[in-house]
Design a protein around this ligand. Structure first.
Ligand code: ACO
Length: 315
């Protein structure tokens, strides 16, 4: 199927400076490095401190992606931020980027909340907007989370999992195979804060999420490839939401996929929900792992429950 596909022009990364190790958590609650590493693959995560916040992380990642792209900022037609943890319920993180980045006022700025699936949702949304506005052919798409402020530090079953950070990409449309799969299924298995919730912190039925993840990932991989008319071996990188290393290992084994094509940073970054996929992509670019024309299958899944995948290429 030939249609307009999404190409990543540049990336930007922003992580808080404070690293919190498993031993740091073991000093404040009944947990230990061995348990956390064995169950999740996580060794440390980053937490904001001082002046750092979701908005400042998003700004730094977006500024870096824009600078690297070298494009005229007037050509940006859209700014989307995938997040569930911006500084304010309103204004959105996206609208706060306008002035700081020196972008035109007369373009759309909005946040998307699809939790850990937010980044593929945002890419698919940006693709539709870019179709409609060829005069401004670039979109700035950022994923940011500051989950440390939503963690119950007395609940060891959730506070070991999550971290903070931001990643951003500048994208444009090019000719090429494309497909996306977006979906949701009502469940309160992961119930993050809110007026109707019994808690203002992240609560989660970890086992239910695990079962959901290992069921939905093969569905997304197969359906996305089928829709794009592509096969596994045409994908250079599988960039999965970093929820748990065991989830990724399970899917690699069950589908007999090459594990070396799954980029993983959960050991250093933890689960950063809507930011995890763009953080991975930005790190991959920084490490020189991405080459021109390579195809990346982005795979998000999480609270909602939601899921989202899409195929993008690298410039
Ligand atoms: N340290 C030590 N022991 C612990 C800890 C901890 N941090 N947390 C729980 N335990 C104990 C439990 O109390 C339990 O003890 P018990 O047997 O005496 O009752 C035992 O360890 C097993 O607990 P489980 O919850 O059954 O452990 P499980 O093997 O299910 O692992 C985990 C938990 C890691 C959370 C796993 O279920 C998981 O990764 N699920 C997926 C999470 C995920 O992907 N979330 C992403 C979505 S989040 C979002 O969208 C915002």
């Amino acid at each position: 199927m030939i249609m307009k596909s999404v190409q990543i022009i540049s990336t930007g990364l922003s992580l808080p400076s404070r690293a919190v190790t498993n031993d740091d958590l073991a000093a404040i609650e009944d947990t230990n490095d061995e348990w956390i590493v064995k169950r999740t693959g996580i060794r440390e995560r980053r937490f904001t401190e001082g002046e750092e916040s979701a908005n400042s992380l998003a700004l730094r990642a977006a500024e870096r992606a824009l600078k690297k792209s070298g494009i005229d900022r007037k050509k940006i037609g859209l700014v989307i931020v995938a997040t569930l943890s911006g500084d304010y319920s309103t204004p959105s993180v996206a609208s706060q980027l306008q002035q700081a980045l020196g972008l035109d006022k007369d373009i759309p700025y909005f946040d998307i909340n699809a939790a850990c699936s937010g980044f593929p949702y945002a890419i698919e949304t940006a693709r539709s907007f870019l179709y409609a506005n060829p005069e401004r052919p670039y979109a700035l798409v950022t994923g940011v989370e500051e989950l440390s402020k939503l963690l119950d530090m007395t609940d060891r079953s959730t506070n070991i999992l999550f971290g903070d950070g931001a990643g951003a990409v500048v994208i444009r449309l090019v000719e090429g195979s494309y497909a996306s799969v977006l979906g949701a299924q009502s469940s309160l298995a992961i119930n993050c804060m809110g007026a109707k919730s019994d808690s203002s912190y992240i609560r989660m039925d970890g086992k239910e999420v695990f079962r959901f993840a290992v069921r939905i990932l093969p569905h997304m991989i197969n359906t996305t490839l089928e829709k794009a008319g592509m096969t596994y071996d045409q994908i250079d990188w599988f960039v999965c939401h970093q929820a748990n290393k065991r989830i990724i290992d399970h899917v690699v084994r069950a589908m007999k996929l090459p594990g070396e094509k799954f980029y993983c940073n959960i050991d250093r970054i933890g689960n950063t929900s809507g930011a995890s996929i763009p953080i991975c992509i930005a790190e991959m670019e920084e490490k020189g792992l991405l080459h021109s024309g390579e195809k990346l299958l982005l795979l998000g899944f999480g609270s909602g429950l939601t899921w989202g995948s899409c195929i993008v290429s690298y410039r």
